[in-house]
Design a protein around this ligand. Structure first.
Ligand SMILES: [Zn+2]
Length: 415
């Protein structure tokens, strides 16, 4: 192949390929030179007559026909009349970098699809290098979000490491994007987020979806006193399931052999919603419920509470909640009484669901993908990177969601 053709294949407009320095089945090293005879000043863009010095550089570029490709060239230091000493302007590579811009973009795009470790193996790079490149790509691709229209947020925490290490995530409910992440799950964690918002932006927030967690409640009361807190229905279900499971344990402990045999191994059927059980499991559940123990009662109360979310009006929801918590107080089952007190203490935020109809479901939906990320060792070491990856996942997903279910009425133009 002639060098003109090589230049065309490489396809960089300010590079001329002069020849192949060395090659093997896996890799190829090209000798190249900048296309313009007079180097341009990086600061002002003017051509410079004075070249102060040159420096030999080797830059990794996109693979050429499956072979890892490097370009060797002399980069010129210019003495610009206006700006003084400085590097020459090169559009394909940034100063000091050992990889071309196109290569770095390709690494970032691959990291959106594959685990970091796999990208590193595929490209014969260290994981540290891939992470550095991806982090820079993410920062450029997903700049800090525009929060001027922020109205509804969802707050959740994820454990990123055993031993109670948490990351708090904040989601813009309308756009579906994770707009912030920070280490910890304390009041101070959220204060860091709120303090960075202007008073106008904070004042526009109407609803905040969250777990029944005191630090989050306190932080919102302090920073967004006008916002209505909406407790997440998935969190309520979690507390209900815990109460049923605790009741199962105490029932087992004081039961006779017959009941114990019946209850044994039924944890799963008790914690699933009745409507989602197979016929066989539903049969196993019925058998359990005929025993008429505290566990039977606890289970039925849990199932009964499901209605709360579908009641048609705020007034009916309030009546139902008060009746349910009164029954929980009288049932004589400590775990159920505890949940009842908890719901009564969080009454306003539970009823707020009937005005806003929001939950943390969108964040819950990200959890599977975050779990995959969490297996990477960088989840532990570089929380900034972890936060950027989560933000990327949320944005990619919300774009996909909007494509499937367009938010604008596309039929109107056709009519
Ligand atoms: Zn200049």
């Amino acid at each position: 192949m002639r060098v003109e053709e090589l230049t065309r294949v490489v396809g960089l407009k300010d590079i001329v390929v002069e020849g192949i320095v060395s090659e093997s089945a896996e890799q190829v090293h090209l000798a190249v030179r900048p296309a313009n005879d007079l180097p341009l000043c990086r600061k002002c863009g003017d051509p410079c007559l004075l070249v102060h010095s040159t420096r030999a550089r080797v830059v990794r570029h996109l693979d050429a026909f499956g072979r890892r490709t490097w370009m060797a060239f002399d980069s010129r230091m210019v003495d610009c009349l206006a700006c003084g000493l400085g590097a020459e302007a090169l559009s394909f590579v940034d100063p000091g970098m050992r990889t071309s811009r196109a290569f770095r973009r390709a690494v970032g795009e691959l990291c959106a699809l594959l685990p970091l470790k796999q990208v590193a193996e595929e490209l014969h790079l260290s994981e540290d290098t891939v992470r550095t490149i991806d982090k820079e790509y993410l920062a450029a691709q997903y700049p800090p979000p525009d929060l001027s229209d922020l109205r509804t947020i969802a707050i959740d925490e994820i454990a990123y490491r055993k031993g109670h290490k948490y990351l708090t995530l904040i989601l813009n409910y309308e756009s579906g994007e994770v707009i912030w992440s920070g280490e910890g799950r304390k009041e101070a964690t959220l204060a860091t987020f709120f303090a960075a918002l202007s008073p106008e932006v904070r004042g526009r927030i109407e609803y905040v979806s969250m777990d029944m967690a005191t630090p989050f409640i306190n932080a919102v009361a302090e920073w967004c006193p006008r916002a209505a807190v909406v407790f997440d229905r998935f969190d309520v279900v979690k507390h209900m399931n815990e109460a049923v499971n605790d009741t199962r344990k105490t029932t087992m402990a004081k039961a006779d052999a017959k009941i114990r045999r019946s209850v044994k191994g039924k944890r799963f059927v008790l914690l699933r919603r009745r409507a989602t059980l197979t016929d066989k499991d539903a049969g196993r559940l019925e058998e359990l419920l005929t025993l008429n123990t505290d566990l039977t009662k606890a289970y039925l109360m849990k199932e009964d509470f499901q209605q709360f979310w579908t009641l048609p009006s705020l007034a009916e929801a309030a009546t139902f909640l008060d009746a349910w918590t009164a029954e929980a107080a009288d049932a004589g089952i400590p775990p159920i009484a505890r949940v009842g007190r908890m719901l009564q203490n969080h009454r306003a935020g539970l009823l707020a669901y009937h005005r806003s109809r929001i939950s943390n479901g969108l964040l819950e939906g990200l959890n599977n993908k975050i779990n995959v990320l969490r297996r990477s060792r960088y989840a532990f070491r570089d929380l900034e990177y972890f936060g950027l990856k989560i933000r990327q996942l949320s944005i990619v997903r919300s774009k996909r969601r909007h494509q499937t279910y367009p938010l604008v009425d596309v039929t109107r133009d056709a009519a």
